[in-house]
Design a protein around this ligand. Sequence first.
Ligand code: ADP
Ligand code: MG
Length: 679
Amino acid sequence: RFKSNNNSSNDFPKNNLPNSGQNANGRSLSIDEQRHQLPVYKVRKQLLNKIASSKTLIVIGETGSGKTTQIPQMIHESIKVNVGIIAVTQPRRVAAITIAKRVALEQKCCIGDTVGYTVRFEDVTSPKTKIKYMTDGSLLREALSDKFLRKYRVIILDEAHERTINTDVLFGIVKEAQRLRMEKGLLPLKIIIMSATMDVDHFSKYFNNCEPIYLAGRTYPVKVLHTAETQSDYLNACLVTLFQIHKTIPVNHDVLIFLTGQDEIENLASQIRCIVKVSNELGGPMIRVFPLYAQLNQNKQLEVFQPSTNNYRKVILSTNIAETSLTIKGIKYVIDSGMVKRKMYDSVTGMDTLKVTRISQDQAWQRTGRAGRESEGFCYRTYTMNEYRMMPAVSVPEILRSNITATVLQLLALGINCRKFDFLDKPSDKDIENAQKQLYELGAITKPNGDELTEVGWNMSKFPLDPRFSKMLLSSIEFGCLDEMLSIVSILSGETIFYQSDDPDKRVEALKAHAKFESIHGDHLTVLNVYNEFKHAERHRTFCHENYLHYRNLEYARDVRRQLSVICERLQLKMSSCGNDYDQVRKCLLTGLYNNVAEMQQDHNFVSVTGRLKTKIHPSSVLNNKANLKFVLFTELVQTSMNFMRIVSSIEPEWIEEVVPNCGLSNRLSIFNQKVNEN
Ligand code: ADP
Ligand code: MG
């Protein structure tokens, strides 16, 4: 049961600008016509003048107004002399790739020609590339080899309101690059900050009081409804809401549901498909379900953008990726679970967890806005008005709620002391201290709170990986298992290689197929088994098909492995393999993941050695429900109903003293006189 919020129309003013996609006669528009109808085109001249006359510019405009796709093209088309590249950063690789492909289409070129993209482990650019979409992380890595960022004439930091760690660090890096280039009399660097909404004053002050430009948005009123009562199960609430509105609304009105992650989305998608199957048989309106999340394969992602036909309803289940980065046409109804999955760092326990939490009010309005892009819409919030009021007004920037070890290492490799860096919002001293402590334990810096990198530290900074993973590659030399570690780290860098089917019968078959690869030592060696068999298989695709494995994800791992091997060669690391001596591999894992050790308690639950968190092995692990486990090492912690350890291996307690004697772990092992942290 929903209550309507009468004030909602004030937030979304009525505006009767023409619709895109079709003209008044219903004829579909050409791609050029579509471009020229976007709101940003109305201010093209002023915008270009402003860009020409300012060093730094802030551009704010509604999602879908054409910022990301059009502004880089406008600049490209108006620049007479063709020097330098226009870079556009995105917080997510999916967005970078999808948008680059769209813009290549608009420029009538092949992807990688005039328009290209660079994301981690994938570079689709050429010497001809002039507009380059890239993840914020990739640009940051490029800064490591050239702090002047000489290749670029314009750098557009898009989705600034998302405040990812990488974008936050880039703010400081590009600001400094701009200053340095001016000082040295090099070609000036133009910086454009783009966003849907943001705290303009804060940004403007930081960027030398630069002026913001507001693009007039094209939005229609959205009626907002809150539930009358608190929902204990937001997934069920979303499902019920969907079928309530499905019965009553015209079939060509599409629905977008905001959820938190892949598992949840796939589960709800199969539930909806099951119900729809029955309803279709009874002659009800058709539904097609489209999941949308970062890990989804490319082709599936692009399907979402296909316009729906008149004989079925599109229901999109998305993470916050559809909040501002990707705009999908035809949405008239939004169902907002009010939840998001976030990385949270607890500086007391020193643990990073992925946690499902409430969104901010700001995000709630972004989600609502997706329903009013083309005509009046509706937003069903599966939380009460009171719960909305309790939400924080804006989200806390990632840099203030994450482990910043990787950032501190990257800055040190750039010769920058984190404490002196010009942050938009500075992390706390405690967080910086923790990061330095971890770097010291990993052997990356010379002193516990120093800012001088060791050789290991320099080498670690050369890999586009979490420092703990780079450390494992480097220490595999000592354990004689570089070959094995390269495979494991490559697989951990991508998405799951195990295919899960919607069909219950196939699920059983998949489990049987996966069992063949199972290692009694845990998931790391299990994925290694898969990789080794995949590598030797005669026909890769068939092998994956027969064994319920993700072909693309394994191919991706193979590609990542190739690139990591090149870096290893450059660092002159000698290739080695430990054969069947798999203890070496597990010891080597410990050199990076020593903070992620948990020991079993009498009640068969685990408790993490660092932080004393109560935790369980994730049901997807091969070690789930296995007897005789004492100590395990995990790759990550995911918090849903409780803390679950994902990708787990068993280890021997004696190894801790042998492998990481300086990390103070062994004296924390006894569980009896220490308090367990319940959350
Ligand atoms: P903004 O950055 O201001 O949110 P965009 O430049 O991303 O806006 O999008 C402008 C328009 O281009 C939107 O109406 C969107 O639907 C359309 N668009 C973007 N990507 C694609 C795509 N891959 N396929 C079809 N249309 C797209
Ligand atoms: Mg955009």
